[in-house]
Design a protein around this ligand. Structure first.
Ligand SMILES: Cc1cc2nc3c(=O)[nH]c(=O)nc-3n(C[C@H](O)[C@H](O)[C@H](O)COP(=O)(O)OP(=O)(O)OC[C@H]3O[C@@H](n4cnc5c(N)ncnc54)[C@H](O)[C@@H]3O)c2cc1C
Length: 364
């Protein structure tokens, strides 16, 4: 049996960021990942957008960690020469009802001290002549980042501090003891590991894992809802230079337009509630996408859209990140992360710092 001070389940961008923070202090850190490589689930199935923190309700983790997280992420990307573009983003209104929503979003952004400007139709046309909208909010600090490059840098940091990342290693709980938790990493239960701190950062599987661990009050585990988000890419030249978002909708930020670092235009994600985890793109979405995009860009009707990829949002009832801490026998700590959907990528460095603080507070 091998011993670690901290074990993180899940090598997505958030799990890796937490491992990076914890390994900085010389803690012995292990990351286990069931897939053959890092970031194969939601961390590589998102819009890759660095959000500036304008939407989220006051006193939520999303509000606190996103605005700060965006600054931390830009600064880390600059320091490590990770590819990013601070291209700016327009949230567009096509009618007066949507304009009222923009005004509300601006008030929220002002409260959170995040810079956004309300633009008239004329000003919007100067920035993006192909857009057909009434008004827009402009967030100059929004951008896109190379998420794969980000995760590679996190891995380098972890390994430079002696941390270990094990792939093809599926978590399976064994038992709690006086001073450690033990678990297996193989389905055949042949390899057992002991850890003092266990951090469940398994994204879509966080609830299943929490339910399997003794000592956790199962009634406190928040219910999960899977909401798939499909993406379509567009052939040919891009009509926009900036990120274009409609006003937010239930379960998502609306079918927006982003340009990825390869210069391709990507539209999405939509919102489809699903029962299970299956990363197969829904095939019948083109008409819906064109209808939605044409509200701000009518010319989409003449362009070819291709099915591309999809992610699945781990939704809970709170619409916020959830950190559920459980101390067992005063010596062992289990920390479950639930609902780490958007803006989890933007917030990843600050989530890592927050988790480190939580663990230090428990002073194990
Ligand atoms: C459609 C969509 C668009 C998004 N767009 C943005 C955006 O533009 N900007 C932004 O800031 N955020 C965005 N997000 C959110 C962001 O992608 C996530 O918050 C982030 O990737 C979560 O990272 P994670 O490490 O928590 O989870 P994941 O990336 O899902 O990683 C969890 C890992 O745990 C592993 N795992 C699961 N079970 C086990 C087990 N039993 N044993 C071992 N390993 C296990 C999985 O294999 C996986 O690799 C988006 C999300 C979605 C779904």
């Amino acid at each position: 049996m091998t011993d670690f001070e901290a074990t993180i389940i899940g090598a997505g961008v958030v799990g890796l960021s937490i491992a990076r923070e914890l390994s900085k202090n010389g803690k012995s850190v292990l990351v286990i990942e069931k897939n053959k490589s890092f970031g194969e689930e939601n961390s590589s199935r998102n819009s890759g957008v660095i959000h500036s923190g304008i939407y989220y309700n006051p006193n939520t983790f999303k509000d606190k960690l996103c605005a700060k997280g965006s600054l931390s992420l830009y600064s880390y990307a600059e320091e490590r020469k990770i590819n990013f573009i601070k291209c700016g983003k327009l949230i567009v209104a096509c009618n007066s009802h949507e304009k009222n929503r923009l005004i509300k979003i601006k008030k929220n952004a002002d409260r959170n001290k995040v810079k956004v400007d309300l633009l008239s139709k004329k000003d919007v046309e100067k920035l993006e002549p192909n857009l057909n909208v009434k008004d827009a909010l402009f967030s100059e600090n929004s951008g896109i980042i190379d998420v794969h490059g980000l995760m590679i840098n996190f891995i380098t940091d972890i390994e430079n501090k002696g941390g270990i990342i094990n792939f093809n290693s599926k978590f399976s709980f064994s038992k709690n003891n006086e001073s450690y938790i033990s678990f297996y990493v193989n389905d055949d239960c042949s390899f057992k590991i002991k850890t003092k701190v266990l951090i469940n950062c398994a994204g879509l599987n966080s609830q299943i894992i929490a339910k399997s661990i003794d000592g956790i009050d199962k009634r406190k585990i928040p219910k999960i809802r899977f909401v798939k988000g499909n993406y379509m890419s567009m052939t040919g030249s891009s009509p926009f230079k900036k990120l274009i978002y409609p006003t937010p909708q239930k379960d998502g930020l609306g079918i927006h337009s982003t340009i990825n670092l390869q210069g391709n235009t990507i539209f999405g994600p939509d919102t489809i509630e699903v029962d299970d985890i299956n990363f197969k793109v829904t095939e019948t979405i083109e008409e819906k996408f064109k209808r939605s995009i044409s509200k701000y860009w009518p010319d989409v009707k003449d362009r070819k859209l291709n099915l591309d990829y999809c992610g699945i949002r781990p939704k809970t009832g709170t619409n916020d990140f959830i950190f559920m801490c459980k101390k067992i026998n005063q010596k062992v700590l289990i920390l479950n992360l639930f609902g780490i959907e958007s803006p989890g990528l933007t917030s990843c460095i600050e989530i890592g710092r927050y988790v480190k603080k939580l663990i230090n507070q428990e002073s194990l």
